[in-house]
Design a protein around this ligand. Structure first.
Ligand SMILES: Nc1ncnc2c1ncn2[C@@H]1O[C@H](COP(=O)(O)OP(=O)(O)OP(=O)(O)O)[C@@H](O)[C@H]1O
Ligand code: SF4
Ligand SMILES: [Mg+2]
Length: 322
């Protein structure tokens, strides 16, 4: 039987429009299951709702509707907060590591503060802080440093140590490497893979870059305009992508072959970042879709299983024989 650590069902988030603007449907009916000890990759372009989903899952914001269960317990969310005990089980690592670190607090003090707030290792917080630093590949001398004395990669290691301090079961990693130098990205990914293995953690790994999630994910959801448009095991989504948007994201992954790259650019495969106005009727992807048919302008597809848990939201893909 599948051991689910997290189950999110029909999550929707509507933000009130700013200064007289229309409300924003940041998330529409998003459901996903995270199996214990695995990585679920969430991919989609800027503004598709990835961080909104992350904030709902960790209880920073309440959904407009929908439910979240961790270890089969409902996460009770009032307008203000999630259940404290369950909230400890799921921690968020942000894109910008400095945003989660207090500039006036040394690394050691920041780690000890988390331990104290959660009444963990109360009689040996210094020792535990050193352990946490070692877990993320930093020596205990980093405990005396302030955030401005850290490089981006070191700061992200500290942010990960801080998230691990409360001994969570799940890490939500919201683009954890995209603000870092290319040279240190692989180091952080390798660190996350090692920690997951050592601590048997479950990850939700968010990225706008399909090439980033494909190496580390067991399952993947592709999001477009607040909706999941394709979902399945990583090999289903990569080997047999069903949604035209997933194919466009795959085509946009740079290939180390200049000739092939030139022909792809000529074919328009690289131009996936197109601004599209809100679509009120039919398929939201229709204005960009190379396979669009007249019926797509009237009928909105819903996420439906095509085969063996491989889900897609596309009228044409659902009609095609496998
Ligand atoms: N507090 C808010 N109030 C109003 N609209 C919001 C708020 N937060 C997010 N949005 C809107 O919700 C949509 C989804 O935003 P979100 O930050 O979740 O996207 P994202 O996929 O994380 O993008 P990025 O890749 O740029 O981080 C966007 O249209 C955004 O402008
Ligand atoms: S339903 Fe139509 S417009 Fe939407 S993704 Fe499928 S083919 Fe494209
Ligand atoms: Mg984001």
């Amino acid at each position: 039987m599948v051991d689910l650590v997290l189950r999110a069902a029909n999550l929707t988030k509507v933000y009130r429009g700013r200064r007289g603007h229309a409300p924003v449907d940041a998330l529409s009916d998003v459901s996903l299951d995270l199996e214990r000890g695995t990585t679920f990759g969430i991919v989609g372009e800027s503004g598709c709702g990835k961080s909104t989903l992350a904030r709902l899952l960790v209880g920073l914001e309440a959904p407009t509707s929908g439910t979240i269960r961790i270890d089969d317990q409902p996460v009770v969310i009032s307008e203000r907060s999630a259940s404290r005990e369950l909230a400890r089980k799921i921690q968020l690592v942000f894109q910008d590591p400095f945003s989660s670190l207090d500039p006036r607090m040394t690394v050691g003090k920041a780690l000890k503060e988390v331990l104290t707030v959660h009444s963990l290792h109360t009689d040996m917080t210094s020792l535990r802080a050193s352990e946490l630093l070692s877990m993320v590949g930093l020596t205990r001398r980093f405990a005396e440093r302030y955030p401005h004395e850290l490089s981006g990669g070191q700061a992200q290691r500290v942010a990960i140590a801080r998230a691990l301090a409360v001994e969570p079961e799940i890490l939500v990693l919201d683009e954890p490497t995209s603000a870092l130098d290319v040279s240190v990205r692989a180091e952080i990914i390798n660190l996350l893979v090692r920690i997951q293995d050592e601590l048997k953690l479950s990850y939700l790994f968010i990225s706008h870059d399909l090439s980033m999630v494909r190496h580390i994910s067991d399952d993947i959801a592709v999001m477009y305009l607040g909706r999941v448009v394709e979902m399945g095991r990583y090999d289903q989504v990569f080997v047999t992508p069903l949604h035209p948007y997933t194919s466009a994201l795959e085509d946009a992954i740079p290939v180390p072959n200049p000739e092939h790259e030139r022909s792809r650019q000529a074919a328009g495969a690289v131009a996936v970042h197109v601004q599209v106005d809100k679509v009120t009727r039919g398929c939201p992807y229709a204005p960009r879709c190379a396979l669009v048919e007249p019926r797509c302008r009237d009928t909105a597809p819903t996420l439906t299983e095509k085969a063996n848990g491989h889900m897609v939201s596309c009228l044409v893909a659902l009609d095609d024989a496998q």
